[in-house]
Design a protein around this ligand. Structure first.
Ligand SMILES: *Cc1c(COP(=O)(O)O)cnc(C)c1O
Length: 366
């Protein structure tokens, strides 16, 4: 049975906090981290918040050899009253469990993990930067730790949550990005692990990213791994096309990551009475619509940038330009509304925001 006790060991040496104007993404970490272990005998156990420190792991640990690992990414924001907020954290925890299922990692008690996350954020709340557009990035991850070179699911795991203060994604306003359609490399295939948030998907995407980067592109547009026709994602974001009065996004098919920003965008558009279609869309279809002058806006969605407008999309020799390289009206409205809700500046009609308790309720839940 799972042991749901959460112990807290505070650090003896607090780190210096960076200037909130000069934050680089993912380079600074806070004073504490959350850790929890799994063994077949004890289940998930020994949950604790401890000083941030390197892990000591056997070089035979299975994660180093066969890559059995999963992760998540979400943020804590300060509202105008200075209270920490989380945006749909239960969705991230539920997705972590779905990734676990796919990678044969034992699933977690979702209520307990949310409780632990809130305690960690509470303890580290002074680390949430205050400058406009900044936040505290939350990175939960699970690795297989059993020291064994056999190919099988590990019998031991470690879950860690680390926190990193991050700067405003758009410091000088939103600049639409330039994208290349990727014809050779694929990110994921149906039946593979594309729908799971696992490091392997990222490892396999680096090469395409590197080649496109050298040619002056920010990211690649991924096509399906079989026919190389159907649009899947852009970089590590989901992708949306405003075609006439309708917004189209690739339907979830097992190889596309089910983004929480994606689902929030869909919900908001429906709430605004805008027609949204989740369906297959090929790159040929998009190009045809483009030639007819129907493609008004294109954007990516994800936790890091929230909405990332795409100004140019190159498909072999076909160059497509959207909205004169400017951020479109709808992209802007989505960005303003989502960030407004995340920072507690706008009301939250969908109950997306979870407050982090301001009272410490340590030790036990459930
Ligand atoms: C995490 C991720 C996304 C975006 O998901 P959000 O929950 O919106 O942050 C999209 N695509 C890939 C491949 C991802 O890993």
């Amino acid at each position: 049975m799972e042991n749901r006790t959460l112990r807290v060991f505070k650090t003896m040496s607090y780190r210096e906090k960076p200037n909130s104007e000069e934050l680089a993404f993912g380079r600074t970490f806070t004073d504490h981290m959350f850790v929890m272990d799994y063994s077949d005998a004890e289940g998930w156990h020994d949950a604790k918040i401890v000083p941030y420190e390197p892990l000591k792991i056997d070089p035979a640990a299975m994660v180093f050899h066969y890559g059995q690992s999963v992760f998540e990414g979400l943020k804590a924001y300060l509202n105008p009253q200075g209270e920490p907020l989380l945006f749909r954290p239960r969705k991230n925890i539920a997705r972590l469990n779905r990734s676990n299922e796919r990678l044969c990692i034992p699933t977690l008690d979702e209520d307990f993990l949310l409780h632990a996350l809130k305690q960690l954020i509470y303890i580290e709340k002074e680390w949430i930067p205050k400058a406009d557009g900044t936040s505290l990035y939350i990175r939960p991850m699970i690795i297989s730790t059993e020291p064994f070179l056999g190919v099988a699911p590990s019998k031991e795991y470690k879950l860690v949550i680390i926190l990193s203060p991050v700067g405003a994604y758009y410091k000088e306003g939103i600049n639409p990005i330039k994208i290349a359609v990727e014809n050779d490399f694929v990110r994921a295939v149906r039946g593979g692990t594309g729908e799971a948030k696992t490091g392997g998907n990222y490892a396999s995407s680096l090469k395409a990213q590197e080649v496109a980067g050298k040619e002056g592109y920010s990211q690649v547009l991924w096509l399906d791994g079989v026919e190389k026709r159907y649009i899947e994602e852009v970089g590590s974001m989901n992708v949306f096309f405003k075609i006439g009065d309708e917004v189209v996004t690739p339907e979830l098919n097992g190889s596309i990551l089910s983004g929480i920003t994606r689902s929030s965008v869909i919900q908001l558009l429906k709430h605004w009475g805008i027609s949204v279609r989740e369906s297959k869309i090929t790159i040929d279809e998009l190009y045809q619509e483009y030639q007819k002058g129907n493609v008004e806006e294109v954007f990516g969605s994800g936790t890091a940038a929230v909405i990332s407008p795409i100004g140019q999309l190159d498909w072999n020799d076909h160059k497509m330009f959207f909205n004169n390289g400017q951020t479109g009206k709808l992209s802007k409205e989505l960005y303003e509304t989502l960030t407004g809700i995340q920072y507690g500046r706008l009301n939250d009609p969908f109950n997306w925001i979870e407050k982090v308790a301001t009272q410490q309720t340590m030790n036990k839940v459930g």
